[in-house]
Design a protein around this ligand. Structure first.
Ligand code: 5AD
Ligand code: SF4
Length: 461
């Protein structure tokens, strides 16, 4: 999952079409989100909980009575960024001593009370399974001045009954499960998000139908490892098939998968339904069996490649992406070259690439972080450069071909251009032609670089 900085929310009024009746000054909430898509989906849940309790969601930090920061712990950098942001937020608190500042999400779960004792500016700390307590902890803080902390992880919480408040748009996230039981040795997620649990199939299907009715066109089902989704006797393939049938006007994708659990049934399900995107994100992390074993990834390169072969033979036009970590403990130059080799062999359309960052509590925390910073950076650069070349090569192969593109809006670089996405998750730029966000347009690709396809709409007869 990629790390995106900061998401802001439009006021509730413009989301619901009605004024938030109970809202009053002093009940304005501003949420800033860091980290993976799951966090962005969680912020929508938090907004849902708070909206229901009479809070008015604002995108203007200067206007807010409550600032929540939804945080990420996956790498040290992600935490450092939030700690830096907290020093900026101190200024707001100086101006308005009544301002409530809360840290929620993975950092809250990991650092717990320390956030309150070491960072004077923090009033509330809530872990990912405690968001229902937000309104009562805020009330208590306002009534008694008592700072609030809630960091219990749950085995059952899925927020299935909470209606997320989303920004209007074309794409939506839909969380189908929470937590992770994989315990990869480098990863802090099982400690910050707790045990794996799935939402009931009906809840997910009802929500996706609603998203279609609301005008969304592209929905990503989210979970730390969607392939271990379970609802009674239904597995993830069953869920996907149900969603595909229930919301035929939506493009449906999902992230993220673990190679150990990706079944043939899933690949065949994707092949069977036109509205299931032919796009699979399958993190490989490393191309060396020795390193994969130390990472506790529970598969070998051979097994991973056999899944890739099945995917490519059943879904010949599939787009593939992955996650790669450079410089994991004991990684040698030879291991690193094996990672470059697997990238060349698979030819991913895209990749999220990271330097290994030791995280407390994980198994790898006990190992020596023995690849020096310079080597980690150099290896990461080699990985990034190779991926850029491969993405460019793959994108160039699309030139001359036709794709259905769902238009998302006006291009950021020019108001004479529109941008949209293909089923394979590639961004496409075309000249403005009267198409509106949400429209499906057939596009012939005329040129491409490593990040973007450029093309022209094909007139419909
Ligand atoms: N250091 C670097 N990258 C990490 N990831 C998870 N934990 C770490 C870590 N400690 C990466 C993995 C994972 C993605 C979400 O983040 O590649 O798939
Ligand atoms: Fe972390 Fe591994 Fe779970 Fe992904 S599968 S969230 S990398 S522990």
């Amino acid at each position: 999952m990629d790390e995106r900085v900061l998401e802001k929310y439009i006021p509730m009024e413009s989301l619901t079409g009605e004024p938030a009746a109970e809202a009053e000054t002093g009940r304005k909430l501003y949420v800033e989100t860091y980290g993976c898509q799951m966090n962005f989906a969680d912020t929508e849940i938090v907004n849902g909980i708070m909206g229901k309790n009479g809070y008015d969601i604002t995108e203007n930090i200067d206007d807010s009575a409550i600032i929540l920061i939804n945080t990420c712990s996956i790498r040290e950098m992600a935490e450092a960024r939030v700690l830096q942001r907290l020093t900026e937020i101190k200024k707001y608190k100086k101006k308005n001593p009544k301002l409530v500042v809360g840290i929620i999400g993975c950092m809250a779960e990991r650092l717990k009370r320390d956030l309150i004792t070491k960072k004077g500016v923090v009033d509330l700390v809530l872990g990912p399974d405690e968001y229902r307590k937000l309104p009562s902890l805020i009330d208590n803080l306002i009534d008694t001045g008592e700072k609030g902390i809630a960091v219990k992880l749950s085995r059952v919480e899925t927020y299935d009954d909470i209606l997320p408040i989303r920004k209007e748009g074309i794409s939506a996230w839909l969380s189908i499960m929470r937590g992770c039981d994989k315990f990869c040795s480098f990863c802090v997620v099982p400690y910050t998000r707790g045990r794996e649990r799935s939402r009931p199939l009906e809840g997910v299907v009802n929500e996706i139908v609603k998203l279609e009715q609301e005008g969304f066109r592209d929905v990503t089902l989210l979970g730390q490892n969607v392939n271990s989704y379970r609802s009674e006797s239904h597995d993830f393939s069953d869920l996907l098939a149900s969603c595909a049938i229930a919301a035929p006007g939506l493009r449906i994708r999902f992230t993220t998968s673990h190679p150990q659990d990706l079944s043939l049934k899933l690949i065949e399900t994707i092949a069977k339904h036109d509205n299931l995107c032919k796009y699979i994100h399958l993190p490989v992390q490393s191309g060396s069996d020795r390193v994969l074993e130390l990472m506790k990834r529970s598969y070998t390169v051979e097994h991973y490649m056999s899944i890739m072969q099945s995917i490519k033979s059943i879904l010949p036009d599939v787009s593939l992406s992955t996650d790669i970590i450079s410089g994991f403990c004991t990684e040698t130059e030879e291991d690193h070259k094996m990672t470059l080799d697997i990238m060349r062999e698979v030819k991913y359309d895209g990749a999220y690439m990271f330097k290994y960052s030791p995280r407390e509590k994980t198994k790898a925390w006990q190992m020596e972080d023995d690849v020096d910073e310079e080597t980690k950076t150099r290896r990461l650069m080699e990985i990034v450069e190779l991926q850029r070349d491969i993405s460019e090569e793959k994108n160039r192969q699309t030139v001359g071909r036709e794709y259905e593109v769902i238009i998302e809006g006006i291009s950021k670089k020019s108001d004479k251009m529109l941008f949209g996405r293909t089923d394979g998750n590639k961004t496409v730029i075309i000249p403005v032609n009267g198409a509106k966000p949400g429209d499906r347009v057939m596009v012939k690709v005329t040129k491409a670089n490593s990040a973007t396809l450029f093309g022209e709409a094909i007139p419909v007869n």
